[in-house]
Design a protein around this ligand. Structure first.
Ligand code: GDP
Ligand code: MG
Length: 280
């Protein structure tokens, strides 16, 4: 199976990020805690040079807490500032904000010493589609300017939002495109909803997701879908799930198409359990 990204988007979003980065001191890279490796794009790291870089593992409420800790260690060991957040949670956002303000403060003091002026420190958020960029910007700035939604790429126009008199955030996030060199990356992005699955591939994607979960979190599948034998091919797992859930077509045949959609929705809503698909 091949999952593609749009070449037109890639060139355009890289150009836009390059332009916007010229205006900022600090770059906040949002990653999906369930798939930190697949939700970063190493090609962009050259653009972050000379910037204060902060990695935020977002959507931690969906991820396996023990593996999130491993990812934090992984970044800390490289001397990269890393924070974790559920961007829908006020307490998390307050902590992140505090940390960002202290970094901005430090940077401002350094500039004050060198140039004798109080410079407004500016930041921008970058990340792949659907990782939570708009949600994050809105909650950090306490506005609702950035549009959020389930569909990738809803955000459009550009403005600065003041977080404090000396710290501003660009209200337009930089859209990173994922690096789809390995099939696994494309799949993980499809599972989490960053790439919208082609309708024909939906079933295949659900089969593979079920196999991955059966591998690392068998108890979650057994419990949620009352499965007994988990060591099965994905299509068998989905058939059994559809039967157990009563997702049937006429004649009592399991409705695989509906089942696939349902299982993906449930995974994306965190209903199957706190699952992380990638370790450092
Ligand atoms: N559970 C959870 N959902 C989140 C979090 N951050 C964002 N979302 C949801 O993820 C979806 C995509 O968010 P959005 O901000 O539009 O992503 P963008 O495409 O990167 O701008 C929305 O439904 C948000 O409510 C988080 O930390 N936890
Ligand atoms: Mg957005």
């Amino acid at each position: 199976m091949r999952i593609n990204w749009y070449p037109g988007h890639m060139a355009k979003s890289k150009r836009l990020i390059r332009e916007d980065l010229k205006l900022v001191d600090l770059v906040i890279e949002l990653l999906d805690s369930r798939i930190p490796a697949s939700s970063t794009n190493p090609d962009f790291q050259v653009l972050y040079q000379n910037k204060i870089r902060v990695v935020i593992l977002n959507k931690i409420d969906y991820a396996d807490p023990a593996i999130t800790e491993k990812w934090k260690d992984y970044y800390q060991k490289q001397n990269i500032t890393v924070l974790t957040a559920n961007s829908l949670k006020k307490k998390d956002i307050l902590l992140v904000k505090k940390m960002l303000l202290s970094l901005a403060d430090e940077k401002q003091k350094e500039i004050k010493q060198r140039k004798g002026i109080y410079k407004t420190i500016r930041a921008m958020v970058v990340g792949i589609p659907n990782v939570g960029k708009s949600t994050f910007i809105n909650s950090i700035s306490g506005t609702s300017k950035a549009k959020t939604g389930d569909r990738p790429g809803v955000t459009k126009a550009k403005q600065w939002v003041k977080v404090t008199p000396y710290f501003e955030l660009l209200d337009t996030p930089g859209l990173l495109w994922p690096k789809l060199e390995e099939q696994r990356t494309g799949l993980h992005l499809a599972y989490t909803g960053s790439i919208k699955e082609e309708i024909v591939q939906l079933e295949e994607i659900a089969f593979l997701l079920l196999e991955e979960i059966a591998d690392s979190y068998p108890e979650y599948l057994m419990e949620r879908y009352q499965l007994e034998n988990i060591k099965q091919k994905g299509h068998v797992l989905l058939e059994n799930i559809a039967l157990n859930r009563g997702w049937l077509k006429s004649g009592g045949v399991p409705d695989i198409q509906r089942g696939a959609k349902q299982v993906l929705d449930e995974f994306q809503a965190g209903a199957i359990g706190r699952i992380t698909l990638e370790t450092p």
